[in-house]
Ligand binder design. Structure first.
Ligand code: CMP
Length: 140
């Protein structure tokens, strides 16, 4: 079933100049970019995005990291896009990520883990709307 998912290329991967290599992995796996923008998140924008983690001990570091440099936010579309993107990313902790996944290849730590991807259809819907107006998404 065709789905959309929200992807964020995080500040560590942008700083490594790995935007193109990461997008290439999405495209080679059959995911299409239907919306994209580069942003330098404010504390409020990053904190709102990760509101579900507000009470977690890593929240402050997470927001600090996500605001440390620009990110690339994209909507990816394709068959089973949410699970497919999560397979491409690998485990949240790069030390546990399978070989050949984005996090295994580009990430160092659980905080600086290169990419974010929506974890369910409900999250995808919320996260896409958090960053994109309907008219910024280009069906193709
Ligand atoms: P992400 O998929 O963007 O969602 C929340 C982020 O919090 C996660 O990736 C990690 O980068 C970061 N994080 C830091 N510590 C933890 C932890 N113990 N468990 C889960 N996520 C963590």
């Amino acid at each position: 079933v065709t789905q959309r998912t929200l992807s964020i290329i995080k500040p560590d991967a942008v700083a490594k100049n790995a935007i193109g290599e990461i997008v290439s992995r999405f495209e080679k796996a059959g995911l299409k970019v239907v919306a994209a923008k580069m942003l330098h998140l404010s504390d409020d924008k990053a904190g709102g995005f990760y509101a579900e983690h507000k009470e977690r001990p890593f929240f402050k570091d997470l927001v600090g990291f996500m605001t440390s440099g620009p990110v690339v936010v994209q909507v990816l579309e394709g068959d089973d896009a949410i699970a497919k993107n999560r397979e491409l990313m690998g485990a949240t902790n790069p030390k546990e990520a399978a070989p050949g996944t984005i996090r295994a290849d580009f990430a160092e730590t659980i905080d600086a883990n290169a990419v974010h991807g929506s974890d369910s259809p409900e999250s995808a819907e919320r996260e896409i709307a958090y960053f994109f107006d309907t008219d910024e998404i280009c069906p193709r």
